[in-house]
Each structure stands twice: as C-alpha cells, then as structure tokens.
Design a protein around this ligand. Sequence first.
Ligand code: SF4
Length: 349
Amino acid sequence: MRNNTKQVKIRSVLVGGGAPIAVQTMTNLPVTDIDGTLGQIERCMGCGCDIVRIALPNKQSVVAFAEVRKQTDAPLVADIHFDWRLAIAAIEAGADKVRINPGNMSLSQLDAVIDCAKLHDVPVRIGVNGGSVNKDVLESVGGSRPRALCVSLEKYVRYFEDRGFDQIVLSVKSTDIQETVETNRLAAQLGYPMHIGVTEAGLLRQGLVKNAIGIGALLLESIGDTVRVSLTSDPVDEVQAAKDILVSLGLKRGVTFVSCPKCGRCSIDLENTAKQVYDYVKNIDKNLKIAVMGCEVNGPGECSDADLGLAGANGSCVFFRHGKRYKTVDAEHAIEQFKNEIDLLTNDN
Ligand code: SF4
C-alpha cells in the first residue's frame, strides 16, 4: 500500500495519490545543444522514462528550452537554482513542472513564481538539501540534520499552502544515505508526493549501489512517488537503473532477469549470453521472469518460477519453462533461438 499523498499532474503523468511510481532522469548536455538534448530525451523516453528534467542556468538556456518544448511531447521539468525570473520564463515557455530551492529566493520572488505556477497550473518541486540547513534551526532540533531539513521544508510547504497552492512535490536529498532515508521518512508525513533519490551518488557502480540502498529502503516503507537514480553516467543508465529497482520490488511491470554467478560447472560463455539476453528483454513491458544459468545441475531447480530459462549443458543449451526442460539447442544457435522463444512468449501474453 503506497503512502496516501496528494496528487499532481506533470503533463500526462500523474505523480502521488496512488499513481504508478514515475521514473525520471535529467539530460546532461547544455540545453543550447538542442538536437543533442532532444536525442537524449528520445532515448530516455524510449526505454521507459516518464519525466525528463533539464537544467536552465541562464536566459539563453530558457530560449533553447522553448525550442525543445516545441519539438517533444515528453513531460519536461525545468530545473532552476537561483533566478526566479528563469522559473517564470520556463513556465511560460511550456515547462510541465519547475524545480526550485526556495531558500535561494526572497519571499517576494518566491511569490511571483508561485503565482505564475498557479496561473499556468504547473506543479512545483520544492527541493531542499544539506545546504538548506540553518544553524539556528539545527540547534533548535538538538543537532538532528534530518529534522532540521524537514523544518526548512515544512516552512516552505506552509508558505505555498498559505498562498493557496498545493501542487507541490517534495524532495530532500543528501549524499549520505542514512540521512536521506531519515529525512524522507519525516518529509513523507507532510502528505505530498515525494521525489526520492540519493544525490551525487558517484560513478556507475558505486552510484547504483548507493541509490539502490537509499531508494530501495524508502520504497520498502511505501515512501516515494517519483524516482531519479543520480549517476555520473548516461541518463539512459539512470532510467534503466530506476526501472530495475522498481521491477525488483514489484512496483513496476517489467522483466525480472536472473543469471547465476557461474562456477566451474559452467560450460557456456555465460557472461556474453546473459548480456545479450538481458539487452533483448530489458525494455519488455510485461511481467516475466527470464533466467540464464551456467549449467543444468542447478539451473532448472533454481529458476523453477522463471517463465523461460536457458542453461548450459556440455556444449549445448537446455531451454526450460517453469523449471521443466523442453528443448536442447547447440550453444552456437542458442541465443538466437532463445530470443525467438521470448518473442513467442511475449506475443502469447
Ligand atoms: S547454475 Fe551451475 S554454473 Fe551457475 S553457479 Fe549454479 S552450479 Fe554454477
């Protein structure tokens, strides 16, 4: 059962209020590279991304953003750090949501952004991070950074509410996983959709581990309505990782892929086989379990709940369904034939 939050709409995507958890990422090129940005958006949306965020650091970037907006129907979030005028220009250029840190604006500037968002019916993501912690607030909550961050966040939530605006999404991120989890637990009590992730998590492998721990811990507590896996890598990797986390927890439709760690019993090129099969199935939008195992000793038994499996067997590969073998194929032709079996299975469903 998901946390019962308010709901916002980001173009066609509902976030919070029981809607499916939305996957998002951020383009990593200057938006003034319009073709490059559109290419990244297309690749991300093509592999299951729901929402794309774009950094708008200056006026030229908002002009470029307006052009990107015209050329894609993807839900776009404008990421603004300091300049309230850019937030307003982005909304007027067709942003479907803006992300701001209200701590970087005066209250009158914030009022102007809220009024513009209200006029255009565009949700606002309120983001606070470690830098938002005020020393006096920190002392008043006994030095607890999660509590201090949530005091800052709640102050802004009430400010938006007092201006009659509740189309907000909350985010409280930290590079420290425990702090991220504790802060999000507190922030979730405010009843608004939560954007979750571990920020500045690092390069691909390290970043995947940190994000899986932080995001996974929160999702297991039913906290989180939209997910961004932050990686120093291609945005497509962020999308794929977010999907893998959600599918692994049964929170999104998709393929659960299983492969064994390989040992001395393995008789096939397991790594290559597993990579090829995974690439083939990773974007299938159906609940399936596909297994690739190194040998038939443990393969069928360990994957008895797989819809389709392949196991190496002395220069051949055994195919099995739900743990029962039904076909033996030369290793040389196994990958192509296995892909055919996957096609048959996905067409059947
Ligand atoms: S399935 Fe076979 S090859 Fe893979 S780890 Fe188990 S025993 Fe080893």
